[in-house]
Structures are given as structure tokens and as C-alpha cells.
Design a binder for this molecule. Structure first.
Ligand code: SF4
Ligand code: SF4
Length: 432
């Protein structure tokens, strides 16, 4: 990370994470990113484009634009999908500018009371502690399974409160949380070809436990010894994207200690959003002299599970999938980590009949908590995606990120399409 811009008395930015001049100056205002931006495609306004957002952040940093409602609205509307980075010929690190701008918003802008309280609770408490997250998830499970959810939906009270769409997006909470597998080791099947540590993920450990179990199964079937290190935490992605960079750093430091304590060939994740952040720990911790070198070591060992298995080469599967599958690129895999071919090659190796949608790397509108905090825009972006998905006539939509799975499942349910949404790993699990 380069040094922050020289202190400027007029700047509205006050945090040590203020974007550097080097970050701003890479933008040459060419506009090539505009049509790659989902919010620009839907809204058609410069202020909701990557170029427009960079300019607004610069103006606020120079003290020429207040951190007020208009500025916050345009920055909040950004999905953080980073499609603009892929399109940019000048190598602008838009994601870094965005995270730093959002940190300034959280410091210098007063959100409405409820939003402020909920954000603080989610980012600074739930994502910081697996215990607190477990307790909140148990409460949600009780709501889902006690009959209260069915009652709330049937009574129309959710619609009355404007909460129906938001409530429908909440993941079904697992009966057995994956936290119970923390500290365990799963031996390789046959000759050992590697030894990895699995980052289980926070939400994934309470709502996608079986996906983590399938990941372990597929890795073991391929000769990999899998460890689930105890004491690991949320990767910090949601906090970094939400403007809570210090909270993200807190979790990152703990993960460095936990994962670097073991001698692993790789640190593996099945969530594209987590992987992108883990690989960016060196930037997140660049100014921490105790952690900078460790963060570089950590990032160099981090692999998305599809990337790891693609490099390793699959053992021949026992069955053939034999289904028509279309693959949706998660933004943080395609744009954040530049991984596109490995998931497709794995699907073909599993015997999938792969059919491409028109724009597989266009965002589905999930983007971490985006579909919760920007439901209308997320739904418009999803609608474009669902038109393209419907055209494929695939039986299965495969992806590699739990947030995308939830969003695509919601879209398929709304359209009543005869399709399922699966993680690439779940499909590999079927053929072993
Ligand atoms: S991150 Fe995505 S939504 Fe945000 S400006 Fe870039 S392309 Fe647009
Ligand atoms: S972000 Fe990149 S593509 Fe977009 S206007 Fe700036 S230089 Fe051009």
C-alpha cells in the first residue's frame, strides 16, 4: 500500500486509511469501465459508475464534496463487484478506493439510528466472535423452525413492514453448525498428495456446513489431508467491504496466527469472497510491521478450492454428472482473483455438459450484504441475470460462492425455473 495523500486541512477524510494519491491518479477518466458496471447499466448515471464514484471520493477527500446523503447513496449503491477493475486499461485498484471511502463514511457520516446500531452489531460483534454468531444463528433457526416464520409469512406482516424480500433472503440455518468440526483433521484417501488447512467461513459455518463437509470429502478423495484449524475466524471480507477495516484487520491477525502455526501446503477456501480478501491481507496489513511479512506468506499460500484442485488435477471420478450445467462466475473469483477456467475445467472433468450464459461474469446482485441493504437495485440486477440464465435451459447453475448461491436460488424461485443452484464442489462431491 502506498502512503496516504499529504494531510490536507480541507479534506473531509480523517482516517489513516484515507486513499493515497497514487490510487486516485491511476484513473485516466477514459470511461471504458462504464458499461461493465452493473449499477451504471441499470441506472445510467455517471455518479453511479466507477469513474463517477472515484471522482466523488476524490472531491470529498479534497474537501469539495460533503460526506452527506448524496455521496453516501452513490457509494452505498456500489456492489464492490470489481468488474470495473477487469475492464480498466489503467490498472485502477477500485476495490481499495471503495473500502477506504466506506471507512471514511463510517467515521464521518451519521446513518439513521437503526441502521447504525445494526451495522455496528453485525460488523463489530457478530463477525468478531464465532460464539456470538452461533447464538444469533440459533435464534434465527428458532424463528425459522418454530412456526413463527410460517406465521409471519402467511399473515402478511412481513409485507406490511416492507421486510418480505429481505426475510426471504436469509439463509436456512443448519442444525449442526460446522464449528463442531473446528480443530479436526481429515485423512487423505490413498496416497497423500497434499496437506491443507480449510478456512471454514463465518456464515458458511452456520448456514452452509454441508458445503464445507463436501469440500473436505472431495479433497480427501483426491488424496489431500484436510485440517480445520481451531481458533480461526471470519476472514474479514464483509467488514472490509462495509467500511470496518480495523475490524477486518483484527480478524486477519488472528487468522495469520492460527493458519501459519501449521505446516500446510495451502490455505483453502470454497468462498470466492473470502479468498479475495485472504489474498489481499498484505494490503490490509501493510502498515503493521509485525504482520506484513506473515500476511505475504499467508496470501501466497491461499487458494480457492477450485484453483487448488485444478492445479493438482482430479483423480478420475467414479460417476459422470451427465447434466446440462451453466457456470456463473462469482465476481470475487473472476474479477477479484482472475480465476475463470479452473471451475469450468473441473465441471467438465466431472462429466457436466457445459453451456455458457451470455455474460457469466456479470454480477448477480448478491455482493455480500448488498441484497439486504440495497434490495431494489439488487433485484433489478438479478432480473437481468435471470433472463440470461433462463435462456441457457440448463438443469443446474453452478457457482463458487455461497452469497451467489443464495441470490440465484431466490431468482430461480421467483421465476419458477426448473433448475437447481449448486456449488462446483457439491457437483464434484456427487461424482466421487
Ligand atoms: S465495483 Fe462493480 S458496482 Fe462498483 S463501480 Fe465497479 S463495476 Fe460498478
Ligand atoms: S477506472 Fe479505469 S476504465 Fe474507468 S475511467 Fe478510470 S481509467 Fe478508465
Amino acid at each position: 500500500m502506498s502512503a496516504p495523500a499529504a494531510p490536507d486541512k480541507r479534506s473531509h477524510f480523517t482516517s489513516p486509511d484515507r486513499p493515497s494519491w497514487e490510487l486516485y491518479s491511476q484513473c485516466i477518466h477514459c470511461g471504458l469501465c462504464l458499461n461493465h458496471c452493473p449499477t451504471y447499466r441499470v441506472l445510467g448515471t455517471e455518479m453511479d459508475s466507477p469513474r463517477g464514484r472515484i471522482y466523488q471520493v476524490l472531491l470529498a477527500d479534497e474537501g469539495r464534496l460533503a460526506i452527506g446523503d448524496a455521496f453516501v447513496t452513490h457509494i452505498d449503491r456500489c456492489l464492490g463487484c470489481r468488474a470495473c477493475e477487469t475492464a480498466c486499461p489503467s490498472g485502477v485498484h477500485y476495490g481499495r478506493i471503495l473500502e477506504r471511502a466506506r471507512t471514511e463514511i463510517e467515521r464521518n457520516y451519521r446513518r439513521p439510528w437503526l441502521s447504525r446500531k445494526l451495522r455496528r452489531h453485525f460488523y463489530t460483534r457478530l463477525l468478531r466472535s464465532n460464539g456470538k454468531l452461533s447464538r444469533a444463528a440459533r435464534l434465527l433457526r428458532w424463528y425459522q423452525q418454530s412456526g413463527l416464520q410460517a406465521l409471519a409469512r402467511a399473515s402478511g406482516v412481513l409485507k406490511l413492514l416492507g421486510l418480505a424480500d429481505l426475510e426471504a433472503l436469509a439463509p436456512m440455518i443448519d442444525h449442526d453448525f460446522f464449528f463442531s468440526e473446528f480443530g479436526m483433521m481429515f485423512p487423505a484417501l490413498g496416497e497423500r498428495r497434499g496437506r491443507v488447512a480449510l478456512l471454514a467461513g463465518c456464515i458458511a459455518s452456520v448456514a452452509f456446513s454441508d458445503l464445507n463437509r463436501a469440500t473436505i470429502h472431495v479433497l480427501c478423495q483426491n488424496g489431500i489431508e484436510v485440517h480445520v484449524p481451531k481458533g480461526q475466524r471470519c476472514c474479514g471480507a464483509l467488514q472490509a467491504h462495509g467500511g470496518y477495516l480495523e475490524e477486518a484487520r483484527y480478524n486477519a491477525r488472528r487468522n495469520l496466527d492460527v493458519f501459519l502455526a501449521g505446516d500446510y501446503d495451502a490455505i483453502v477456501t470454497n468462498a470466492a469472497g473470502c479468498g479475495a480478501t485472504l489474498k489481499e491481507y498484505p494490503d490490509l496489513l501493510a502498515d503493521d510491521p509485525d504482520c506484513a511479512a506473515k500476511a505475504r506468506d499467508f496470501a501466497a499460500r491461499t487458494k480457492d478450492v477450485t484453483e487448488y484442485l485444478g492445479d493438482l488435477g482430479l483423480r478420475p471420478p467414479r460417476f459422470k454428472l451427465g447434466k446440462k450445467v451453466s457456470y456463473q462466475d462469482p465476481c470475487h473469483l473472476a474479477h477479484g482473483q482472475k480465476i475463470r477456467s479452473a471451475p469450468r475445467e473441473l465441471l467438465q472433468a466431472a462429466g457436466a455438459d457445459l453451456v455458457e450464459m451470455r455474460h457469466p461474469d456479470w454480477c448477480c446482485g448478491s455482493a455480500g450484504t448488498y441484497n439486504v441493504v440495497q434490495p431494489e437495485l439488487a433485484s433489478q440486477i438479478l432480473s437481468v441475470k435471470m433472463d440470461e440464465i433462463a435462456e441457457t435451459r440448463a438443469e443446474i447453475i453452478a457457482t463458487a460462492n455461497v452469497g451467489c448461491m443464495l441470490q440465484l436460488r431466490a431468482g430461480i424461485a421467483q421465476r419458477k425455473l426448473p433448475m437447481e443452484v449448486k456449488h462446483v464442489i457439491e457437483l464434484l462431491d456427487k461424482v466421487y
